[in-house]
Write a protein that binds this ligand. Structure first.
Ligand code: TIU
Length: 223
C-alpha cells in the first residue's frame, strides 16, 4: 500500500515494502560529551533533540515491517581505512577518550546511543566516510531487498545525512529526509541543508517531518 506523506516540494509516495528507514550515525561519539563531536569544539547537546522523534519513527517502522538500517562512522582499530587527509583534519580519531578510542569500531563511544539501540536482526552498517554508500555494501543490500526509497534520519544534517542523500539520489533511490529526526552542531546549517534538498523541485530529495510520516503510515503501523 502506498501512503502519501506531506513533504516539500510535494507529497512523497511511500510503500513500506520498498522503503527502508536509514538511521545515520546516532553514535555516542557524535551525541555525547567526550567524543569526536565535542573534540571538534561542538556543542553536542544540539543533536539530542532528534532522539525522541526518531524513537517514534523507529518504533513505527518496526511495526510496519520496514527494513531498518543503522550506520556508524568509524575505522578499523589499525586505522588502515582512515585516509591521511581525513586524519589530518580530525586528529582525534583513534585517540583515547572516556568512551574508548574515538571513532574506532568496537569501542563504546563508536556505538549507537542506548535510546536508539538496533533491534536484533536490524542491519548495522559500518562506514569509513561521510556517505553511507562509499566503501560499504549498502547498495547491494538495498537492491537485494527490493528497496527503491529511503526515509533518511540521523546526524549531522549537512555532513553524513547530506552526503548519503546525494549518493542515494545519484543511484536512483528516492529519499525523504525527516527534518526533526536530523540535527547539526550548527542550527543554521541544518536549516539550509534541508532547504537545499527539496529546492528546485526536489533536486535530490524530499523533506518532511516525523509527525507527517507517522500520520501517513498505514493504521497499526503508527507509534
Ligand atoms: N556523521 C557525521 O555527520 N560525521 C561528522 O563528522 N559530522 C560533523 O558534522 N562533524
Amino acid at each position: 500500500m502506498t501512503a502519501l506523506v506531506p513533504a516539500e516540494p510535494g507529497p512523497f509516495a511511500l510503500d513500506v515494502s520498498t522503503t527502508a528507514l536509514v538511521v545515520i550515525d546516532m553514535q555516542r561519539d557524535f551525541l555525547e560529551p567526550g567524543g569526536f563531536g565535542s573534540a571538534l569544539g561542538n556543542d553536542v547537546s544540539l543533536l539530542s533533540a532528534a532522539i525522541e522523534p526518531l524513537q517514534r519513527v523507529l518504533s513505527a517502522a518496526r511495526e510496519a515491517g520496514m527494513l531498518v538500517i543503522h550506520t556508524r562512522e568509524g575505522h578499523r582499530p589499525d586505522m588502515a581505512d582512515c585516509p591521511p587527509a581525513k586524519f589530518a583534519r580530525g586528529e582525534f580519531i583513534g585517540t583515547d577518550s572516556p568512551k574508548g578510542r574515538i571513532l574506532i569500531r568496537g569501542e563504546y563511544g563508536h556505538d549507537i546511543v542506548d535510546e536508539l539501540a538496533p533491534a536484533p536482526g536490524e542491519i548495522v552498517l559500518d562506514k569509513p566516510g561521510k556517505g553511507s554508500f562509499y566503501a560499504t555494501d549498502l547498495e547491494l543490500i538495498l537492491r537485494n531487498a527490493g528497496i527503491t526509497s529511503l526515509v533518511v534520519t540521523g546526524v549531522t544534517t549537512e555532513v553524513c545525512v547530506h552526503t548519503t542523500v546525494r549518493e542515494a539520489n545519484d543511484r536512483g533511490f528516492e529519499c525523504l529526509v525527516l527534518s526533526d529526526c536530523c540535527g547539526s552542531y550548527v542550527p543554521e546549517f541544518h536549516e539550509v541543508a534541508l532547504r537545499m534538498i527539496s529546492a528546485q523541485g526536489g533536486i535530490f530529495g524530499w523533506v518532511g517531518s516525523s509527525s507527517d510520516l507517522l500520520s501517513s503510515l498505514p493504521l497499526g503501523a503508527r507509534a
